[in-house]
Design a protein around this ligand. Sequence first.
Ligand code: PML
Length: 264
Amino acid sequence: MGKRWVSLRMRAADREGRHRSGAERLVPLEHSRAAVLPLLERGWSALGAEPGRVFLTAEPIPEEQIRWVEALPARTVCVSCAQEGQQRAIEMLVDRCGVSPQAARSAVEWMRAGPNPSGGNMRGAMLLDRETGERLEEDPSRGVRVSCVDLDPASRARFDLWFQGGFPPTRFREAWTLAAKVATAETIVAELCWSDDPHYLPGYVASRTIGYVRFTVLKEAGNPFGGRAYFVDRSRFDRSALVAFLERAPVLVRLSDPSLIAEV
Ligand code: PML
């Protein structure tokens, strides 16, 4: 029998059930106790003084089910303001990833105004037709939440050694890890993301072809809206298969060569 792994998921929600924070880990069973505490603390700190709940789920995963994928090469592009960052992100989606200008602009508009059609942010990502920009999620107020993914422990150690605990922030590591899983979904041609944290301004465009390209500023300071848009090739799109892969297929990301992250 192979090694035993555990998928850990944390979700914090306010009293009305509105999403406040979420995080994922996929760790060897023997690391699972140590991994739970930071998730719990993160959930509580996202709620602050607000009443709410933190949900923690732990699910055993047999090693045979885990798919290994290579980490994406990552680099940072410096821009001076959100307008420049968004313009350059749109150009990258259009010129390098096969997304139409209309679909790229539509994603930016949704993310600036709050991607949830009922107002505000979503727990998961939007699925957008790469040609028309049409929303393709079954429930557009929930979106699709990528789960069951992590950097494998040896790669995590390599990553930490490379950056020696300094830059870049944890947010980069987590987003870049999720993006590696997303990029292996064949029907997704690209991703656009920035945080819903009003004070965290960087964001990225990612795909199999360009890797993970961070922009130092992709949203206006103080804007509480953000999220993720996955651009989908409609001709090959099977929603249930894609959602099953993103939400449930266990994936470990391997960083074989730290020079992939040398330009972050
Ligand atoms: C998020 O908060 O989930 C989005 C994080 C975007 C990370 C951008 C980066 O620093 O690379």
